[in-house]
Design a protein around this ligand. Structure first.
Ligand SMILES: C[S@@+](CC[C@H](N)C(=O)[O-])C[C@H]1O[C@@H](n2cnc3c(N)ncnc32)[C@H](O)[C@@H]1O
Length: 200
């Protein structure tokens, strides 16, 4: 899908994401995943800032990137309300670059479903992280049950068109094939929700 169309799609969903941020949706998983995030942190595809409440503001220097101006506007507003200093970047993550070893931690929640080339994004995450740096992923993808997987594959074109997300990604395999060293994977909701702790 054309990137401009995709940006518009996410712009339109930004109010919903802000609402779910305020209601702390998926809070249990976000909390579980993001303990220990500290130092120079990059959050890719930050959306409306759903993870801001979880970060320890005294320990995190956050750079947050997203290509949707409306998502960023909402994330900026939340950061201001919280008096949380965040360096925001409006950009396409797939065209973004940082010097090698820029960050202690990289966070991605519900973002690998959106990219054309998630493998390339993971390669970049490895590069941007300091050696041994930590990577925290909360991603949805194919479940474990064969019937469920077939349904996800069948519905994928509609899901992509409506929400901008792919439903048919084998997240565990994509991360396993990357250069990241996986420390722990937990899967929930029939295996569709993945919590992954890794290091560069
Ligand atoms: C499903 S939302 C998740 C938002 C947030 N991370 C969260 O956990 O609520 C996906 C986000 O990825 C952003 N996104 C998708 N593809 C992107 C890309 N290529 N570059 C930058 N942002 C992207 C969208 O604008 C949206 O904010």
């Amino acid at each position: 899908m054309n990137k401009q169309k995709l940006i518009k799609k996410f712009d339109k969903q930004s109010a919903k994401y802000e609402e779910s941020t305020r209601k702390r949706m998926l809070g249990v998983w976000r909390n579980r995943l993001l303990q220990g995030v500290q130092g120079d942190v990059l959050e890719i595809a930050v959306g409306a800032g759903a993870n801001f409440h979880i970060y320890d503001m005294d320990k995190v220097r956050l750079t947050a990137a997203d290509f949707s101006p409306m998502m960023l506007q909402r994330a900026r507003r939340l950061a201001e309300e919280m008096h949380f200093q965040v360096h925001f970047i409006e950009c396409d993550i797939e065209a973004l670059d940082f010097p090698e070893h820029s960050f202690d931690c990289v966070v991605s929640t519900l973002s690998l479903c959106g990219y054309e080339d998630p493998e390339m994004v993971l390669r970049n995450i490895s590069k941007w992280c300091k050696p041994g740096g930590r990577v925290f992923l909360l991603e949805h993808g194919l479940g474990k049950n064969p019937l469920l997987k077939s349904a996800q594959r069948l519905l994928n074109p509609v899901a992509r068109k409506m929400s901008g997300c792919h439903w048919d990604r084998n997240i565990e395999q994509i991360v396993q094939r990357s250069e990241l060293k996986i420390e722990r994977i937990e899967r929930y909701w029939n295996g569709m929700v993945h919590l992954i702790w890794a290091r560069s």
